[in-house]
Design a protein around this ligand. Structure first.
Ligand SMILES: C[S@@+](CC[C@H](N)C(=O)[O-])C[C@H]1O[C@@H](n2cnc3c(N)ncnc32)[C@H](O)[C@@H]1O
Length: 248
């Protein structure tokens, strides 16, 4: 039975290795997060490239963390677009807020909340999930996000996954890389599994020798179309967010 031995073994190993909960990991690592995950930057770019962004678009960045996707998204949507970054971790969002302030961006709204219960002030044109395995395993989170993306909008997700079970060395590296940032490795062989049925035209590419993936699809047309709104874009652009950049 070697084909499933590693994925079964690895979650229990990681649970032993990591006694702190996920919130604690993000609290401890928030200031070092950008440096520690810089190797992932090329995949962040490829993930954002999957989304047909246009100037003026509203984009949900789910589990935005320190805002490492903001620069690329903003370069495509311009100052007239809006990024809504949602994250449960106050410490990760504090780094994101500094990034936004340092760049002088006036069109980024940060929402501190578990995405499952976030009150999103927006129907977005598109949504991204970058390195957010735990969020992708939460059907409540996916339902909340998809219900806030307009018909035909693109939802893109990318991050780590298990390589084939025979690639033991590679999977050991994947475990070491992702363990600080993944609460539960359940579903790590196909992290997009719960997202796929919620979207049309879902396409998945494996990257990094099977140790990562990039996936995207479009939000199906509803019986009653969901159109952009009710966000008050002027409110966001005029600095409707708090001085520290957050709204929670
Ligand atoms: C590995 S980081 C990814 C950050 C960023 N997207 C990137 O590309 O680097 C995962 C983020 O998801 C956030 N997160 C995890 N579960 C969440 C949830 N249920 N709701 C909102 N954010 C969550 C964590 O706080 C963390 O900042």
């Amino acid at each position: 039975m070697p084909s499933f031995a590693l994925p079964v073994l690895v979650p229990s190993l990681s649970a032993v290795w990591r006694s702190a909960d996920q919130q604690t990991a993000y609290t401890r690592d928030a200031s070092a997060y950008d440096t520690r995950t810089s190797a992932f930057e090329a995949y962040r770019r490829r993930l954002v490239d999957l989304v047909p962004l246009s100037r003026g678009d509203v984009v949900l960045d789910v589990g935005c963390g320190t805002g490492l996707c903001f620069e690329q998204v903003r370069s495509r949507i311009g100052a007239e677009g809006v990024i809504v970054g949602v994250d449960a971790s106050r410490d990760m969002l504090a780094v994101a807020a500094r990034r936004v302030a340092d760049r002088g961006w006036r069109n980024v709204l940060l929402v501190q909340s578990p995405i499952e219960e976030a009150e999103l002030p927006v129907v977005a044109d598109h949504a991204i999930f970058c390195a957010t395995h735990d969020v992708l395993q939460s059907t409540a989170a996916l339902d909340n996000v998809v219900s806030h993306v307009s018909d035909g909008g693109t939802v893109a997700a990318g991050g780590g996954k298990w390589a084939p079970a025979w690639a033991l060395g590679l999977n050991a590296s994947i475990l070491a890389l992702h363990a600080p940032y993944v609460r539960d490795f359940t579903g790590f062989a196909r992290p997009w599994t719960h997202l796929a049925p919620r979207l049309d035209r879902m396409r998945v590419q494996e990257v990094a020798m099977g140790g990562g993936y990039l996936a995207s699809g479009t939000v199906p047309t509803r019986e009653v179309p969901l159109v952009a709104g009710p966000i008050d874009r002027d409110d966001v652009r005029d600095g409707g967010d708090r001085a520290d950049g957050t709204r929670g």
